[in-house]
Design a protein around this ligand. Structure first.
Ligand SMILES: Cc1cc2nc3c(=O)[nH]c(=O)nc-3n(C[C@H](O)[C@H](O)[C@H](O)COP(=O)(O)OP(=O)(O)OC[C@H]3O[C@@H](n4cnc5c(N)ncnc54)[C@H](O)[C@@H]3O)c2cc1C
Length: 560
């Protein structure tokens, strides 16, 4: 059975829900599709906070926020998009507050703001260390209040492209089995990141880059795919995130000699330098033998039990549960882990892609406000501000355009492809390929990148893609066939890995998260102050470049 809507949002994290709310309020018939329950989306795991120049803790303004973001991006961020984010952020945060978000408070009752990495002012609004949890529930309440229908536990697999337009989505019904066509005048991708490309990652199991790959397969370009952010404090050995809020509250990073080693890397900002700088410093300490079992130590002890319990309660719980360490008494073992994809679907400042009717918002998109390195607290803000903008534009476009249909041939092709996969009875199971992909990406495309390792990774990904051709799904059932969906997710991840490697090899400089200290240690603005752009043609990646939009900030040397 085919269903139709004006706007369909794929993904129900902060970006997807904010977009759906805006589209609904603009008068569109909007629905969301989510492979997991909305409040289980990865946004709910965000801890540290959300950035807006409210000026509650210091003299701050959107201009300062914009400059910090431009500098943090290593000048690869598009400055028009950054200015929009920073200008609209304060009102968007107050709206969340008015919807009921319980932000932590200053003594006089205003929204409290903590210092975060590479921010010139304390700018990060927070709800203790469970900010994402609070926001996702507030947004879900607004979705319920509006009765916005959700195709919950539907796995979006393909975009419907017909007549040069995106006209809907084909999804697998996880609960009952079977494919479902969902027609839409506009589709908004809000499917989040792809951290599961790496073994050591803070990202949830659902973060497999589905939307990026679906867009790529529909002929849309992905931008800056080499830019995967490594977060400096992920818990050993699981990769669970230890929030930057710890360093915002004053925690130290120590090496095996109990030195605050950042004095050698970022003498002014120290633990509050940007993430790329700190991850490289940690990796250097570890590689040069000054780590402890492959880790460095995050020391909170001097903050005192009271402050830890009040403001970093969740961090203490995570440390005790997953590392057996109580940060009141012992430092936490941490190391860099894959955290956030600055790259994604190339969009303009209204979330439009090059394919009419297709939009993207949140981590899946690259508008680009983060450039080569994202500042902590800016991702949640992007989901809200750009979720809102994209929801508005997509609904206006939908309401101004005629109906759509999902052609029978498109549905038949999808059925045939799925049947071929399910009918295969012998072959390799997906998990082996997935594990090899994640392990090798970590080694060959991590914090530091060497040309020969990237080339090797390219060859590895090629051979994994060949093995994937004969992968077998052992579970042939209809109900909650996670064997099937994991196989489909692996197909997405393999294509994204190839995009990342091709882009990484082409960028012959060091900028933000893309660090090549052995052959191209410096930033090269003359040649590479531009975005990589990849498309998929005849089963292979094609590389192109796109200029960075500059408004008022010329590139400067970046020190902290
Ligand atoms: C542990 C952690 C902590 C973080 N802390 C912070 C922080 O403090 N501050 C900050 O600014 N940023 C933080 N970030 C980053 C930020 O939280 C994310 O970038 C942001 O929440 C992503 O939101 P999203 O709506 O784009 O995607 P998500 O919240 O990941 O939601 C994706 C949605 O897409 C759906 N989906 C995906 N694929 C499919 C498919 N094939 N079919 C159907 N549905 C699909 C999922 O079901 C889900 O609903 C953190 C990230 C992590 C991992």
């Amino acid at each position: 059975m085919e269903v139709m809507h004006d706007v369909v949002v794929v993904g129900a994290g902060c970006a997807g829900m904010r977009a759906a709310i805006e589209a609904f309020d603009a008068g569109a018939d909007v629905a969301m599709i989510s492979k997991i329950h909305p409040v289980r989306s990865h946004s709910g795991a965000a801890e540290g906070g959300i950035n807006a120049a409210l000026g509650n803790a210091s003299e701050d303004d959107p201009e300062k926020h914009a400059f910090d973001t431009v500098k943090g991006s290593d000048y690869l961020g598009d400055q028009d998009a950054i200015e929009i984010l920073c200008q609209e952020a304060p009102d968007d945060v107050y709206q969340l507050e008015h919807w009921g978000a319980v932000f932590s408070r200053t003594p006089d009752g205003r929204i409290a703001q903590r210092p975060f990495g590479a921010a010139g002012e304390p700018r990060t609004a927070y709800a203790a260390d469970i900010t994402g949890h609070v926001l996702i529930h507030v947004l879900y309440e607004q979705v319920l209040k509006r009765d916005i229908p959700t195709y919950e536990e539907y796995f979006a697999w393909k975009l419907v492209v017909d007549d040069g337009r995106c006209q809907g989505v084909i999804a697998w019904d996880l609960l009952r089995g079977g494919l479902q066509s969902i027609g839409a005048k506009t589709v908004i991708l809000a499917t989040g990141g792809a951290g599961r490309l790496y073994t050591g990652t803070t990202n949830a199991y659902a973060c497999t880059g589905d939307g990026m790959a679906m867009a790529l397969r529909a002929g849309v370009a992905l931008k800056d795919m080499e830019m995967m952010q490594f977060h400096p404090t992920t818990l050993a050995p699981t990769g669970v995130l230890i929030t930057e809020g710890c360093r915002g509250e004053g925690a130290y990073l120590l090496n095996a000699k109990a030195e605050r080693f950042l004095v050698r890397y970022a003498p002014n900002a120290m633990e509050l330098a940007s993430r790329d700088v700190i991850s490289r410093a940690e990796q250097t300490e570890i590689d040069e033998g000054r780590g402890l079992n492959g880790n460095v130590m995050l020391d909170l002890r001097h903050l005192g039990a009271e402050r830890i319990l009040e403001r970093l309660h969740g961090t203490r719980e995570l440390s005790m549960t997953f590392a057996g360490v109580d940060p009141i008494y012992e430092p936490i073992p941490v190391r860099p882990g894959a955290h956030y994809h600055m790259g994604g679907v190339d969009t303009d400042v209204w979330g439009q892609t090059s394919l009419p009717g297709l939009y993207a918002a949140g981590e899946v998109a690259c508008v680009s406000v983060h450039g080569a390195n994202r500042l902590g607290g800016n991702a949640l803000m992007e989901t809200i501000t750009y979720g809102k903008r994209v929801g508005r534009h997509a609904s206006e476009w939908a309401l101004a355009n005629t109906t759509v249909e999902v052609p029978a041939a498109v549905e038949a092709d999808a059925e045939r492809e799925l049947k071929a996969l399910l009918d295969r009875t012998a072959g390799e199971r997906p998990w082996q390929i997935r594990d090899e992909l994640a392990e090798t990406m970590h080694v060959n495309f991590g914090v530091f990148r060497r040309e020969e390792q990237m080339l090797e990774q390219g060859a590895i990904v090629q051979s994994l893609r060949e093995r994937y051709e004969s992968v077998v799904v052992e579970d042939k059932g209809e109900v909650f066939n996670s064997d099937l969906t994991q196989a489909l997710e692996l197909g997405f991840l393999l294509e994204l890995a190839e995009c990342m490697v091709v882009s990484g090899i082409a960028r012959k400089e060091s900028r933000g998260a893309h660090a090549r200290p052995y052959d191209y240690p410096n930033r090269d603005d003359e040649k590479y102050l531009r975005h990589t752009l990849v498309t998929w043609k005849d089963g292979a990646v094609q590389l192109d470049w796109k200029p960075v939009t500059m408004t008022k900030w010329q590139p400067q040397e970046r020190t902290y």
